[in-house]
Design a protein around this ligand. Structure first.
Ligand code: GAL
Length: 691
């Protein structure tokens, strides 16, 4: 069983196959000098490992491992399955992904095979076996990375014959009987009725929308295929490796092809790939927090919450309570619409930020900038000629700081003190349901969750992620987007008695997205009991971004935007009854032209709150303040560019802005451990003793 170390370390991604062998030794020595401990290799090297069918050329990899190991570096070896060689896809074309028009992808890039193809799966198992047999006991290897960024480049969904066959088998297993599928999918609508599972097809090349349950099952099927693909590799690697070796995968949150909770269940811990500037450019405008102005403001440091969101999510997915950043941006990348250089100090900043959120290792991508092929504008720790680039200097500056930042309990995600921590639900299955059942163009489960995350972080709180796969006892919970509600999760939350806020749509559908009269919780997709007694959902409307409806919360007027529900509240609190009363906490404030039926905007029963609207930042604060006051959660709004995280008896203060910040306003409990005095300089992280 892998045991994480109790002090943060640094690492690098390296491609020995890209560089002359006589440079490896000097590279390894310089890595060590720079203070690096881990090196990840091999994820795209299938054609080098097996240049002809069944002919393995391990010599170069043996020597690379030896060179790195002898220099005192620990290696993470990857399965090379994102890049099957040309001979393989020529001989076995049914391994290829098929695009929506049904045509196979071609060789010449990466991620061109489908995880649902049984032929590709056989090949994946074969090369994984070969690696485990050869390297499972190698003393220089500390663990494995499966594949590389499942779903990157939207590479999961596929529409080939082997995908279709596997989908039919999966449906037969889930439904047992075709009439059950017909009933759940509602196929009588538009004469979609099927007589056998062999008649069901993939949902592409359709004139109008597929049945929502058809699309949702297609997404769940590919999610399951990804988890199975990963599990097959994990089983082979585990069986063939030393007990103390770990297995991880490098995720990216916006890769929507699969449920990351499911894949992580087979790993020892989760890693992710952090590109703060690339992400800001790629996703900043989708997060509806400020459009171009926001991107300009943070263009050289990244958004104060976007990177942290990933750290928290992947840490909470890990069995060890720690995460790894497997790839860390070192300078300009090459793949966003525009690729600015980070502000001086940003690489040091991102490293300390990762440690604040529980990173055991931060591993930079890549050792040396490539001199040919697709990523020549992507910087590394060194330029192509081997001279150090800016990031190397910043890494050197961390040498004295890291030993001061050890973790006390390596297996505890909350670092011993969950009292200022709020649980936030996010599950990819909810995101799939949003996609399958749209009712307004700006509905996006990740963006809604992120908006709540942003609010909690602005209020100075730690966040832990929850899902049915991971529950934790915490002082409060927010479940922003969950159309299908898991009964065990809701039970757990009820039992804690902690205040829980459920956002619009919570529990509004069964497991195949069929309409329910009132918010319900489900067991295995079937509704079993109401989320709140006597609450009915009469209608839903969605609003253009220019529209708002006022809501009064204790005398404060806030805006309902985007999604609005018309609730019917029956049987309000009966005097003398033992049942927890259903109370209306806030009401819509109908204007002259607003439709009738708009009434309760927030209701509560026991510890469960239900919102009938999507609040903006001010609305969230107005909702949270009284709830946090009652629960004695100390929430104080931070300046826009400042974020904090309490962990392991330390307070990390991160300044994402151009002005110094005087941290003494936070009521510091101790002196600076990293940084000087109480002033946190622009674009730096200071760490203070917190007990
Ligand atoms: C990652 C990927 C790497 C490399 C990098 C460039 O998403 O895993 O292989 O392409 O992006 O930033």
């Amino acid at each position: 069983m892998y045991q994480p170390e109790n002090h943060p370390r640094l690492g690098v991604c390296y491609y020995p196959e890209h560089w002359p062998e006589d440079t490896w030794e000097a590279d390894a020595a310089r890595m060590k000098e720079l203070g690096l401990s881990t090196v990840r290799i091999g994820e795209f090297a299938w054609a080098k490992m097996e240049p002809e069918p069944g002919v393995y050329t391990w010599g170069w990899l043996d020597r690379a491992l030896e060179t790195l190991g002898n220099a005192g570096l620990s290696v993470v070896l990857c399965t090379p399955t994102p890049t099957p060689p040309k001979w393989l896809t020529d001989a076995l074309p049914s391994t290829l992904r098929h695009s929506e028009d049904g045509l196979p992808e071609k060789h010449g890039s990466r991620r061109h095979c489908s995880v649902a193809s049984r032929t590709y799966r056989e090949q994946s198992r074969r090369i994984t076996h070969a690696l485990a047999d050869r390297y499972g006991k190698n003393p220089h290897i500390i663990g494995w990375q499966t594949d590389n960024e499942y779903s990157c480049h939207d590479s999961t969904l596929s529409y080939g014959p082997e995908d279709r066959d596997a989908f039919r088998l999966w449906l037969a297993k889930v439904y047992g009987d075709i009439n059950a599928l017909n009933a759940q999918w509602g196929t009588v609508f538009w004469s979609m009725t099927y007589r056998s599972f062999d008649e069901v097809d993939l949902p592409n090349r359709l004139t109008a929308d597929p049945a929502p349950a058809h699309w949702l099952d297609f997404r769940r099927f590919f999610s399951d295929m990804t988890a199975e693909f990963n599990r097959e590799q994990c089983d082979i690697l585990r069986a063939g490796s030393r007990d103390d070796m770990f297995i991880t995968h490098n995720f990216m949150v916006a890769e929507m092809g699969f449920n990351h909770w499911d894949v992580s269940a087979d790993l020892d811990f989760a890693s992710w790939d952090s590109y703060p500037l690339g992400f800001l450019e790629k996703f900043g405008s989708r997060l509806s927090l400020g459009g171009d102005a926001l991107i300009d403001r943070y263009m050289r440091i990244g958004h104060p919450d976007l990177v942290a969101f990933h750290h928290d999510l992947y840490r909470d997915m890990s069995r060890t309570g720690r995460l790894w950043v497997m790839e860390q941006q070192p300078g300009p990348v090459n793949w966003a619409a525009w690729n600015p250089a980070p502000v001086d100090g940003a690489v040091r900043f991102w490293t300390l930020e990762a440690i604040a959120h529980g990173a055991e290792v931060v591993s930079y991508f890549r050792w040396r900038q490539a001199q040919w092929a697709q990523e020549t504008y992507h910087t590394g720790l060194n330029r192509p000629d081997g001279t150090p680039d800016r990031a190397s200097l910043e890494i050197e500056s961390l040498r004295d700081d890291l030993p001061k930042l050890s973790f006390s309990d390596v297996n505890d995600a909350s670092n011993g003190d969950p009292s200022n921590t709020v649980g936030l639900y996010f599950d990819w299955d909810a995101a799939f349901t949003y996609e399958a059942l749209r009712q307004g163009d700006d509905q996006n489960a990740i963006a809604t969750t992120f908006a709540w995350y942003h609010c909690l972080r602005r209020l100075g709180l730690n966040v832990e992620f929850i899902s049915p796969a991971r529950m934790a006892v915490l002082p409060a919970y927010i479940i922003p987007s969950a159309p299908v509600l898991d009964a065990d999760m809701v039970d757990f939350i009820r039992q804690t008695g902690a205040p829980a806020i459920f956002g619009v749509r919570a529990g509004s559908r069964d497991g195949t997205l069929n309409w329910l009269p009132q918010p319900m919780v489900c067991e295995e997709g079937a509704p079993v009991e109401p989320l709140l007694d006597d609450l009915f959902l009469d209608r839903t409307e969605t609003l253009r971004p220019t529209q708002r409806i006022d809501v009064d919360i204790d005398g404060t007027t806030v805006a309902a935007k985007s999604w609005v529900e018309h609730l019917r509240v029956m049987g309000l609190a009966e005097p003398g009854s033992n049942e927890p009363p259903l109370e209306i906490l806030a009401q819509f404030n109908p204007g002259q032209f607003e439709p009738s039926g708009l009434d309760a905007a927030i209701v509560r029963q026991g510890n469960i709150h239900y919102l009938a609207f999507d609040p903006d930042y001010e609305g969230m604060k107005a909702i949270l303040e009284p709830i946090f006051d009652r629960a004695m959660i100390a929430a104080d709004e931070l300046p826009e560019d400042i974020r904090t995280r309490r962990s392991d008896g330390r307070l990390y203060v991160m300044n994402f802005g151009p002005e110094p910040f005087d941290a003494s306003v936070l009521g510091l409990r101790g002196g600076a451990i990293v940084g000087e005095g109480t002033s946190v300089q622009p674009y730096t992280v200071s760490v203070f003793a917190d007990s």
